[in-house]
Design a protein around this ligand. Sequence first.
Ligand code: UDP
Ligand code: MG
Length: 313
Amino acid sequence: MKNKPTYTIIAPIYNEIDNIQLLYTRISEVMAQTGEPWEFVMVDDGSSDGSTEAILELKAQDDKVKPVIFARNFGHQIAVTAGLDYSKGDAVIIIDADLQDPPEVILDLIQKWKEGFEVVYAVRSKRVGETWFKLFTASAFYRLIQRITDVNIPMDTGDFRLLDRKVVQVLNGMREKHRFLRGMSVWVGFKQTGVEYERAERFAGETKYPLKKMIRFASDAITGFSYFPLQLAMYLGFISTGISIISILVVLVLCLAGSQAFFGQATTLIAVLFLGGVQLISIGLLGEYIGRLYDEAKGRPLYITRENMEVEG
Ligand code: UDP
Ligand code: MG
């Protein structure tokens, strides 16, 4: 194999023992069709089901396989980031390990890259075998992101995409802790295009994105690319100030007219609870940003590998 591969395939792997072998076989078949040298960076994100051993076994059989083994679970986006750090190809392709992204689509991505595009993202034209809940939350998420962030993140794209080396270099310099890679790879600019594909069912295993992780992922995406939640406090402030000014006038007029409608405790209680709620929400939103600032300030590494992996070579 030539020292420098043309293509790097990156797969983040978290407990995907039943998918690894087929993933490797299908990617190998597809990549053989390109006739060019390639490498397969398999990032083990702290698996505990034997995926780690399976990856190391593949490496023993095929030196195109480059394992990156994390010391613990750092999360999908960080695993992909590590893959980008270790990649050497002129074009880098990020793909899920569960075969929901059909490896055959890689050839279409490469085709567009050869036409001169530097970011080629795969757009899900159809999703098979996912729950209505996943479909609904995913669609609501993309619409919300589209509305409130200042980058134009294409609808229904995942991390399945091809990035030119130039883009990878820029991304590797962006060391933010809370990462939303599909936003970051749009933010950098360059010539971008999409390729449609049908998202398949998971080959084996369960989703590694439970609701809690999805919520964290969504809030990273929003806080990473938008100040809207911070401004929300101001909007709510204006609205409640407006309402209270109107209420004062109404109560004054009613009192002058001799009405006793506002002598009770209930109105006071409702007003206090309402404002208390608004203030707590606003403080909570502030907290989200401050927490992220704090994470940045600590300056910890994005991930820890179990042993020193060779970066150069
Ligand atoms: N993944 C990971 N770390 C995690 C969660 C997921 O590396 O903490 C990997 C997982 O192994 C898979 C990819 O990220 O290759 C996408 O995860 P999944 O298929 O569970 O997400 P979904 O397709 O359900 O959104
Ligand atoms: Mg999946």
